[in-house]
Design a protein around this ligand. Sequence first.
Ligand code: GLN
Length: 463
Amino acid sequence: MNVRGFLDEAKSGKVSIEESTYRILEEAEKINKEYNYFNVISKDYALKSAKELDKKLKKGFKGRLAGLPISVKDSICVRGVESSAGSKILKGYVPLFNATAVQKAIDEGAIVIGKTSQDEFGFGGFSTNAGIGFKIPKNPFDKERATGGSSGGCAGFSSITKFPHVSLGESTGGSIVNPAAFCGVSGLSPTYGSVSRYGIIDYGNSLDKIGPIAKTVEDCELMFDVISGYDSKDSTSSKEGLHKDDKIKRVGIIKESLNVDPEVKEVIEKTINNLGFDYEYVSLPVSMNYGIQTYYIIAPSEASTNLAKYCGMRYGAEEELEGNFNEYFTKVRTNNFGKEVKRRILIGTFARMAGFRDAYYLKALKVRTLIIEEYKKAFKKFDVLVSPTVPILPPKFSEINKLSIMQNYMIDVLTVSPNLAGLPHLSINAGFSKKLPVGIMFTANHFEEKKLFTAGKKAESVR
Ligand code: GLN
């Protein structure tokens, strides 16, 4: 049954939400043994919420997500459920509050069934950088391959589950659309500031956003509708509402983005032809050639600042108190952070350091402005831009192990720039090559999510 059908039935009061929740929890537990999509399955919490909801429904509650099971990326806080962002340093942390997006979904009757697996703090594009003691999710189409990342658990479970379900993912530089593409589902990374960041375990504050991952564009749209809107708890939350225009007159194909693996290119070009929109090629040289360099200075700079609070005293894991502060701090971080986290701290601290700041961090901020200007110019002419989501098919774990750090970061080549510019982008499945999913990505101007939904639904219809 699809989400819409389920919600209609739930509202009629004919189904027991407790029973349907129980069934998806059973399925999640079974799938998790094989695929590692959850860091935590919140069974008791979900069943308790379901029981309460059944009572509310009997009294006439009409929430827009009544009874809908949702999973939430581990880096988004859920009150009463362990939320560790996939890091050993936060193991055992149980938030006393809900992220605003989670609260909004719960207020409409959604049931949180668990916290999904991810790269530690979101640092990765394959979900293989899981923290110490955490498991790596496997691709639903081939267990030898990666789900993409960093919201790998969200996308993997959305793809494989037989039950109606939507996931809340988080993107800093591509973490929603990348795993959506690799797992053959839809994912929306919304306009920066359109969904509150309150309750995210921060990666990079000027980049982070929460967005839905689900089987269909319609499901993503429904969840986005619920979670978006101004929030006084987030100083970067925007009061500008969504633009109403959903019509697409002209589409720009990002020229540089077709320089990808031939299998990916073939599926994307076929979809573009079938879509029947009025097309033109557009070149985005700054965004496509300098996005990675810019992102991998700004994102780690912000991350290294955010991670400073995990020092063994203020937040997170503690160790036996001994030595001076530096020794103690070093011991806690050495034992509880994974390798990629340490690398990001080194890169970010270096880029922000007195003496290097002008050459790296401030320079990157300037290039970021050029990227924003480049997109803004393109949107004077085009309603949406189109590109592949990721340049390759989902790789095998054995192949990822052989990648250099730079090659690892290059997976984000098509997704970092819309993120740097705070632009909404939607990935949907465009088809398959060698039985593996290929994602097509639409990018729109700020607050023009409606155009993305139009493009995405059209692409679903010609698949
Ligand atoms: N792969 C990118 C990174 O490692 C993006 C991850 C994200 O969006 N959280 O930073």
